[in-house]
Design a protein around this ligand. Sequence first.
Ligand code: ADP
Ligand code: MG
Length: 303
Amino acid sequence: MSAAAAPLLRVEGLTKHFHTTKNLFGKPTHTVRAVEGVSFEIGHSETLGLVGESGSGKSTTGRLILRLEEPTAGQVFFEGQDISRLRPHALAPIRRRLQVVFQDPFSSLNPRLRIGESVGEPLRTHGLISSAGERREKVAALFRQVGLDPRFMDRFPHQFSGGQRQRIGIARAIALGPKLIVADEPITALDVSIQAQIVNLFLDLQEEMGMAYLFIAHDLGMVRHLCHRVAVMLRGRIVEMGSTEQVFANPRHPYTRALISAAPIPDPEREAARRRIPYDLVPPPPGAVLQEVEPGHWALSAA
Ligand code: ADP
Ligand code: MG
């Protein structure tokens, strides 16, 4: 397949097992199957929501795509190229087009560096600026793009609110003009009113710049407004995947139904009538496979 015809991202049978609690002789005694045979695609300018309970393997999936974690098995194709086993020096040019936004951008910012320098750092390491003046100019433009006053450039990280820090994290992620951003619970830690603003910023930037997102979330509320497609993860496996309309209108897997029932509805009358559907977080049976229940909509079979 040529790179142009390929989806922007394709993961195939992605698997990550962690071996923990080594005994005295270094023998692993416990295996965590964090990600188990996960496959999906993301198209150019598309947003895929990856949702599921805490511990279901969402972050590990994101980290495998970003190559912050080595896969136990499976592949990651980015722009048609298998990047799952590339060495660090071969990964460097790909990092420009594949970026990340974390839940807490504060932890990845140097507390002693003025914020303008932190945001400008990726530009410098990739040789895209030649002077301090040029850096200030480019960083000011990035600040405006994410809705921050460029005068804040000389402040330090602790002087910003949670929402502003997330805007800073996004400014860093878009600095190099990426094709895909893995956003790992970027709004989870924010107040509800701020969450909507950040979701709108993601939407606006996608319209302006055309990048794709893997948007990781543990609840379905904002996912509905932001994502074109949704994949539901349970115990390391995808149990359902389809367009956002398909999954919300016609959820097939009982775990998806439980997740949807747990999300608050903005309409007060319907919210008052909402009943939570309980679900036991039992792992899917090993023999279960994803079956297409309608075009583009997949759900895990019972066995
Ligand atoms: P999520 O992001 O959906 O909350 P994670 O991908 O963080 O889930 O974790 C999936 C599982 O893998 C959890 O059981 C977690 O404890 C385990 N896990 C994640 N990272 C490690 C690690 N470095 N070592 C051992 N276990 C890990
Ligand atoms: Mg996580």
